[in-house]
Design a protein around this ligand. Structure first.
Ligand SMILES: *[C@@H]1O[C@H](CO)[C@@H](O)[C@H](O)[C@H]1NC(C)=O
Ligand SMILES: *[C@@H]1O[C@H](CO)[C@@H](O)[C@H](O)[C@H]1NC(C)=O
Ligand SMILES: *[C@@H]1O[C@H](CO)[C@@H](O)[C@H](O)[C@H]1NC(C)=O
Ligand SMILES: *[C@@H]1O[C@H](CO)[C@@H](O)[C@H](O)[C@H]1NC(C)=O
Ligand SMILES: *[C@@H]1O[C@H](CO)[C@@H](O)[C@H](O)[C@H]1NC(C)=O
Ligand SMILES: *[C@@H]1O[C@H](CO)[C@@H](O)[C@H](O)[C@H]1NC(C)=O
Ligand SMILES: *[C@@H]1O[C@H](CO)[C@@H](O)[C@H](O)[C@H]1NC(C)=O
Ligand SMILES: *[C@@H]1O[C@H](CO)[C@@H](O)[C@H](O)[C@H]1NC(C)=O
Length: 207
């Protein structure tokens, strides 16, 4: 449950005609998630393929064009919240690509990294865009609400981001796998996630 929170990031979709409800004769929700137009479940229910939602057998909605689980759609903000895997330097340093979609990574997200004595960098299109430094002090415990440079660091991100890569510059040779993720700003203050939870989240195939 806690681990799942870690993956929550917000995409914005480009402003287009949208309604606070589903099209007539279309499913209005999947599990606990409302699916308003331009999103839709089933042919003729969504505006175009970018907004097609599949309601899986376990009542979890997936956005077909990017294959990520949808957690919430907020039409007034043109925002959708999705589960996105934590990037683990031992497995992958590359985010989901939004280049051919109407989506952007919202700047309501923060870029965060869980690592020791490391400078984590977010880059896109071969340019470094932001980064943060985390040191480690064995005596200090860490939780998400306390992500200020010890075991965990965070920073704001540029607007209009469509994809990103992470890279890591170790100050000392320490642990092998390092972690980075975008996370909804609100979750920093409301969740209590430990560094260990992030490492467990290695099992990123949560869905
Ligand atoms: C819907 O919400 C209820 C109450 O929060 C929860 O118990 C249930 O598991 C949720 N169902 C799905 C499919 O997420
Ligand atoms: C979705 O977001 C809206 C607006 O932020 C909020 O009121 C609602 O509780 C959220 N629903 C879920 C299932 O998180
Ligand atoms: C769907 O419509 C939106 C808004 O007009 C557009 O940005 C997007 O490229 C379209 N997607 C497809 C697959 O045509
Ligand atoms: C990527 O970088 C190249 C060269 O710096 C630039 O011409 C191009 O417009 C950039 N593309 C995007 C999508 O930012
Ligand atoms: C980044 O640079 C490498 C090597 O110069 C090049 O092969 C690659 O296509 C570039 N990527 C982008 C997104 O511009
Ligand atoms: C991720 O980047 C780090 C250095 O920045 C590198 O050591 C590691 O091998 C990369 N991981 C993958 C899966 O490419
Ligand atoms: C967060 O979790 C840690 C360890 O589980 C605990 O010691 C700490 O009191 C918790 N903090 C809050 C604000 O709940
Ligand atoms: C993460 O997963 C990979 C591949 O499944 C595994 O080799 C690695 O040991 C795991 N790391 C941790 C910290 O569990």
């Amino acid at each position: 449950m806690l681990v799942q929170l870690l993956f929550q990031i917000i995409f914005l979709f480009l402003p287009i005609i949208s309604l606070p409800i589903s099209k007539p004769n279309c499913l209005s929700s999947c599990g606990n998630v409302s699916i308003p137009f331009p999103f839709g479940i089933g042919s003729n229910c969504y505006l175009n393929d970018s907004f097609a939602v599949d309601c899986m057998y376990d009542h979890k909605p997936f956005l077909r064009s990017i294959n990520l689980e949808v957690l919430n759609i907020t039409i007034p903000d043109l925002a959708i919240r999705v589960n996105h895997p934590v990037l683990n330097s031992c497995l992958s340093n590359e985010s989901t690509l939004l280049e051919n979609t109407p989506y952007l990574f919202s700047d309501r997200n923060r870029f965060a990294s869980v690592a020791c004595d490391n400078f984590a960098i977010l880059s896109s299109n071969n340019s470094s865009l932001c980064g943060c430094l985390s040191i480690c002090d064995e005596s200090q415990s860490f939780e998400m609400g306390n992500c200020f440079g010890v075991k965990c660091c965070q920073t704001t991100i540029p607007t209009k981001l469509k994809s990103y890569k992470t890279s890591y510059n170790m100050l000392k040779q320490r642990q092998k796998c390092k972690y980075a993720f975008l996370v909804d700003l609100d979750l920093f203050s409301t969740s209590n996630i430990s560094a260990e939870d992030v490492q467990i989240s290695n099992k990123s195939q949560f869905y």
